[in-house]
Ligand binder design. Structure first.
Ligand SMILES: *Cc1c(COP(=O)(O)O)cnc(C)c1O
Length: 394
């Protein structure tokens, strides 16, 4: 059975051109880029090239890019750096819909004496800039707002939020892990001080990321040790993955417009096909301002986990935001923050596409999913009794 992969916001396929670019560094070119000899130095030149490629993708200067092990490390580094560099500031602002890389760190910091303001979102997942203005204090160390949400694709007004932060003298961080390669980002014009990105969300391998730190921004390393990354992030460079990240950034930005157009057409056909065939289904998120690859659809009266299981039997990979824990079915924190009603939130499925998907993939799901939903609704505990909470079945 063919695998149809609609879970690209969880991770992506490595592009064959990316794999080709990285392979020599897993075989003959194994030198340490920090070594004095020619053999190592030759490898160092490729790290330099990759840094320039990553920088170019976001309109940054190469020296503003620090290679890290993942998007989560980049997010953690940015927020911790701002707190360490401003010891008299013990307040941070972020949103209720961030990825756990930010949200769970914020919760941890809160237990350790940092005050956290969590900004809400409306029913479409949109933030309110006035709420941000009102939350800023004299002791705010950093404002961290994602560029695009991984569950709904909703895009945030980063330029506006960054400008508000700067008006108040507060550093601004954005988790752009889902946005790089899909949303135009230019650090030359955007008031952003820190930006996190990750390789495996843009067709590079897992385990490599980067943190942009604007020149002049106070910075404290997260990992201390050797003097790699000009003393800003210790650890011998993951050369193969760094080269891969550079190549992936180059590919993603070179074809961004075409790719967005192509992927958006697939996503829109998937969405309209499913909505036309399935009653009581609605799109979660801001359809007017959304990543072109993401569609989060709520199918009323059914459980997301059941849908995923049936899709899986048909070779289709998608995802649901809900986490089933300790006897209660809790919808995702993102859908909860949006106030998506219970009977919808539980049946929410995220489809996230990439340039490797085809119209055949889409038509297959448009054909196979409606009968699945019909069958599940026939046996749904929600049916006829839409207010009562069902027993957990997971
Ligand atoms: C995947 C993701 C991350 C984490 O990136 P890793 O490289 O997996 O650590 C952070 N933020 C967002 C929005 C993501 O989608």
């Amino acid at each position: 059975m063919k695998t149809i992969y609609f879970d690209n916001n969880a991770t992506t396929q490595v592009d064959p051109a990316v794999l080709e670019a990285m392979l020599p560094f897993l075989t003959e070119m194994y030198g340490n880029p920090s070594s004095m000899h020619t053999f190592g130095g030759k490898v160092g030149r490729y790290v330099t090239e990759a840094r320039a490629q990553v920088a170019a993708a976001i309109g940054a200067a190469p020296e503003e890019i620090i290679f890290t092990s993942c998007g989560s490390e980049s997010d953690n580094t940015a927020i911790r750096s701002a707190l360490q560099a401003q010891p008299d500031r013990r307040h941070i602002i972020t949103t209720r819909v961030e990825h756990p890389a930010v949200l769970s760190l914020a919760q941890h910091l809160e237990k350790n004496g940092v005050e956290v303001s969590l900004l809400g979102v409306d029913a479409k997942g949109r933030m309110d800039l006035d709420e941000l203005r009102a939350a800023i204090r004299k002791d705010t160390a950093i404002i961290s707002i994602m560029t695009a949400n991984n569950e709904t694709g909703t895009i945030f007004p980063i330029a506006e939020a960054g400008a508000i932060a700067h008006e108040h003298g507060v550093p601004f961080h954005t988790d752009a892990v889902q946005a790089v390669g899909k949303v135009a980002l230019d650090m030359k014009t955007m008031p952003v001080d820190y930006l996190a990105l990750s390789g495996h969300k843009l067709h590079a391998p897992k385990g490599v990321g980067a943190l942009y730190v604007r020149r002049g921004t106070a910075y404290r390393p997260f990992l201390r040790g050797g003097h790699q990354e000009r003393g800003r992030r210790a650890g011998t460079e993951n050369v193969a993955s760094i080269v891969a990240l550079g190549k992936a950034c180059e590919l993603a930005t070179a074809a961004m417009h075409e790719e967005n157009t192509q992927v958006r057409a697939l996503r829109d056909r998937l969405e309209s096909g499913l909505l036309a065939a399935i009653p009581d289904a609605v799109v979660n998120g801001d359809t007017a301002n959304r990543l072109p690859n993401t569609s989060n659809i709520a199918f009323k009266y059914v459980e997301g986990e059941a849908i995923l299981l049936m899709l899986d039997q048909h070779g289709v990979c998608a995802s649901s935001g809900s986490a089933c824990t300790s006897g209660s079915l809790e919808p995702s924190h993102v859908l909860r923050a949006m106030g998506v009603p219970f009977t919808f939130a539980h049946g929410s499925i995220r489809f996230s596409l990439s340039r490797f998907n085809t119209m055949e993939d889409v038509e297959y799901v448009v054909r196979e999913l409606p009968p699945i939903i019909r069958r599940l609704r026939e046996i749904s505990p929600f049916r006829g009794e839409m207010t009562g909470k069902p027993a957990c079945t997971c």
